[in-house]
Design a protein around this ligand. Structure first.
Ligand SMILES: Cc1cc2nc3c(=O)[nH]c(=O)nc-3n(C[C@H](O)[C@H](O)[C@H](O)COP(=O)(O)O)c2cc1C
Length: 364
């Protein structure tokens, strides 16, 4: 896209966030069908590309008809990431992004992801190398507010990225240590918008059209990015242009079935393919069940508090809201094998398993 004005591309968009596992190719296709115009890959480790790891190459693949596909790279070595940036450009990426947000110890111990946020000078060097390596696509950086509350250095990170040549910034409004414990700080995102000349895309807790409007008004950002929101409701992209959509249980199942069709197209419908389709579908059901409709008083549920839907209209909606693994296994089975979903036939929750899940959630 030579001569492209990135600000123009970004303005008003809801960007589908980079998500390990969540940004799988068929889910991105589903989101594009729902109106997404900008999609980002799963985090891709530059070194693994250098090592020619097949699994990593799968992550950078753009699907035919994908309107604007960004690839997110992770690493610490400027030359290596520069090399990877050139590679993804040659493979059709429309944008290349640097991950400065991944909180997972396995990566931060190696200086990757959020650990880069503690070294603004390194961010600058990496971005310089990326800019030198690509010929026409824009380079972006995805930042967090800082490592923890004592080190909220997002402005230093942002300036370093822009000095290095970044064309836009994605800012997740939480620190690394906060994980998802607190609501995203859109005022802090606003300080970045005010401090840099490039477009800023704010990220955190966007679930309903109302959240998009509030986030923009509060921060002045050019666009918003959504991660968990689009895993819970891929139709958020449609809502961004049409307003709140009160989908029925049947409407939702039709969307989930469309995902299965796209997943089968991608991974195949033979035994091996179906195994992958099942694995991914089961993973997605852990987000799909969290959907809660607009409350009867007209207000909307938020992402940060998990509330029970007291406004269920049918046995199907009650089934889709079940949080237990037995329900998710049954839903997955019905979807993957194209069977009718009969809430009366769904197995009862397995109590022991849900206790284990609770333990995992509190410890995790
Ligand atoms: C399942 C999942 C995987 C994620 N993987 C990545 C990733 O690979 N790269 C990245 O920069 N952020 C990743 N994130 C973080 C999101 O991009 C986003 O910054 C964060 O979830 C906040 O947005 P939200 O409040 O809309 O969820 C991931 C988030 C989720 C839920």
């Amino acid at each position: 896209m030579l001569g492209m004005d990135l600000r123009e591309v970004l303005t008003g968009a809801v960007v589908m966030a980079p998500m390990t596992k969540g940004s799988n190719l068929p889910y991105r296709r589903l989101c594009v069908e729902m109106g997404a115009r900008i999609t980002i890959s799963e985090m891709t480790v530059a070194r693994r590309l250098k090592q020619r790891k097949k699994g990593e190459f799968a992550l950078i693949r753009k699907f035919e008809g994908e309107p604007f596909f960004g690839v997110q790279l992770a690493g610490t070595n400027p030359e290596e990431i520069g090399w990877a940036a050139a590679l993804v450009e040659s493979r059709g990426a429309d944008l290349v992004d640097l991950n400065c947000g991944c909180p997972i110890d396995h990566f931060t111990h190696k200086g990757i992801g959020a650990a880069l946020g503690r070294q603004p000078a390194r961010i600058r060097r990496i971005v310089e190398c990326m800019k030198k390596s690509v010929t026409k696509i824009p380079v972006t950086v995805k930042l967090r507010l800082g490592w923890n509350d004592e080190m909220r250095n997002v402005l230093d990170q942002a300036k370093a990225a822009v000095d290095g040549g970044a064309d836009a910034l994605f800012v997740h409004g939480r620190t690394r240590n906060a994980r998802y414990r607190f609501a995203a700080d859109w005022d802090a995102i606003g300080t970045v918008v005010a401090a840099v000349s490039v477009p800023v895309v704010g990220n955190g807790d966007v679930l309903f059209p109302r959240d998009i409007a509030e986030a923009k008004a509060r921060s002045g950002c050019a666009a918003v990015m959504s991660a968990r929101g689009v895993l819970i409701k891929p139709w958020l992209f449609r809502e961004a242009s049409e307003g709140y959509l009160d989908l029925s249980g049947e409407d939702r199942v039709a969307i989930y079935r469309r995902y299965i069709a796209l997943a089968k197209e991608h991974w195949g419908a033979d035994a091996h393919g179906l195994e992958r389709v099942t694995q991914f579908t089961r993973w997605h059901t852990d987000f799909w069940y969290r959907y809660v409709r607009q409350r009867p008083d007209g207000t909307f549920p938020g992402l940060q508090t998990r509330e029970q839907d007291l406004n269920l209209r049918s046995p199907l909606e009650a089934f889709l809201a079940r949080p237990d693994g037995a329900a998710h296994d049954y839903l997955t089975e019905c979807l993957v094998h194209d069977r009718e979903i009969d809430p009366a036939q769904a197995p009862e929750p397995v109590v022991v398993e849900s206790r284990e899940r609770e333990l995992v959630e509190t410890e995790g």
